[in-house]
Design a protein around this ligand. Structure first.
Ligand code: NAP
Length: 324
């Protein structure tokens, strides 16, 4: 429990999202004053429903403000008075759009809008939700353990989402270096985020790798392994990076131990939750599996972050979806 007396004010962008709503939940549980942006105030009730499911009964410490990453409107107002900003919002569709700019523009320009407004308002630190997409998606090197030193090369052909996250993070670091004027930045690079959906708020990761497998929509296993992390641990690492003096200027890969293929995920469900698995397909691998490994040592050592296991994250995700 953080010090409730200090009542620090934190803005979370994208409270309507899977990670955004869990982050708002943990901040409220820890006694912060929380503001959250959403594209339309019409979605406010979905956030409240999810937070109620998470156990919140007093909403007097939460406020909502409409802001879109593609427009300047309201960002100054959103960050006003905030000690910290957790910039979580960024488009994460299940399928890449035809025009990559549909993702790149809101991701990159949106990050700049949030950083500029934060600098001008005297915010102490911004924590940006980047992705492992910005770390390890252009190098298919065998026997390489990816760390925070690695960067995805945007000069090779990449899916739009991966490019959007890499460009947004690069732009954010450049801004801090050249124009930050003392504003601090920490970056979190999560792998595939799973764990429980609250209030029915899911994300492309849960939709593809949990619903997609359990509902039999996925027929084949792509030839890669993925890191898995629980949304509760990703919210937690954002708060740790917000508070820890050593986190300023650093990026942190957020992953549990080990990696899995979609086939492994299906096998886990069959073993641990056989009652959900009647529709699962064979999930034969397409091509030879490529093993991509990444390290969570920096976050564990520097931030004292202890993520749940990948099995717990996936099973909690499945349980939450199957009960709703
Ligand atoms: P999500 O549920 O789809 O959340 C995305 C959030 O971004 C939503 O609140 C969405 O608002 C908001 N957003 C999208 N476009 C916007 C725009 N133009 N203006 C304002 N807000 C906008 O996905 P998530 O998994 O929680 O993702 C949260 C963050 O984690 C993202 O930065 C994502 O890249 C990152 N991440 C996710 C994963 C994963 O596996 N889930 C892994 C690594 C990193 P609406 O509700 O209005 O659409």
């Amino acid at each position: 429990m953080e010090n409730v007396q200090t009542k620090k004010i934190v803005l979370v962008t994208g409270g309507t999202g899977f990670l955004g709503v869990h982050t708002v939940l943990q901040l409220l549980q820890q006694g912060y004053e929380v503001k959250t942006t959403l594209r339309s105030l019409a979605k406010k009730d979905s956030i409240i429903k999810a937070l109620e499911e998470g156990g919140i009964t007093d909403f007097s410490h939460l406020s909502f403000i409409e802001a879109d990453l593609t427009s300047d409107t309201n960002w100054d107002e959103a960050v006003k008075g905030c000690d910290y900003v957790l910039h979580v919002a960024s488009p994460f569709p299940a399928q890449d759009p035809k025009d990559e700019n549909e993702l790149i523009i809101p991701a990159k320009d949106g990050a700049l809008r949030v950083l500029k407004a934060s600098r001008d308002a005297g915010v102490k630190r911004v924590v940006l939700t980047s992705s492992f997409a910005a770390v390890g998606y252009s190098k298919d090197i065998e026997d390489h353990v990816f760390t925070e030193e690695d960067w995805t090369d945007v000069n090779v052909e990449l899916p739009a989402y991966i490019k959007s996250k890499t460009l947004a993070e690069k732009t954010a670091w450049e801004f801090i270096e050249k124009e930050g004027n003392g504003l601090e930045l920490s970056v979190i690079n999560p792998v595939g985020i799973f764990g429980p959906a609250i209030g029915g708020i899911t994300s492309a990761s849960l939709d593809i790798a949990v619903s997609g497998i359990l509902n039999g929509i996925l027929e084949y296993t792509p030839a890669f392994t993925m890191g898995v992390v629980d949304v509760r641990d990703v919210a937690d690492i954002h708060i740790k990076a917000m508070l820890n003096p050593k986190a300023s200027g650093q990026r942190f890969i957020a992953t549990s131990e080990g990696v899995m293929s979609f086939y492994d995920v299906a096998e886990l469900f069959k073993k641990e939750r056989p009652q959900y698995t009647e529709n699962i397909q064979k999930l034969e691998p397409i091509g030879q599996e490529f093993y991509k490994e990444m390290s969570n040592q920096k976050a564990k050592i520097l931030l004292n972050w202890n993520p749940r296991s990948r099995e717990e994250a996936l099973l909690a995700g499945a349980d939450s979806l199957m009960k709703s």
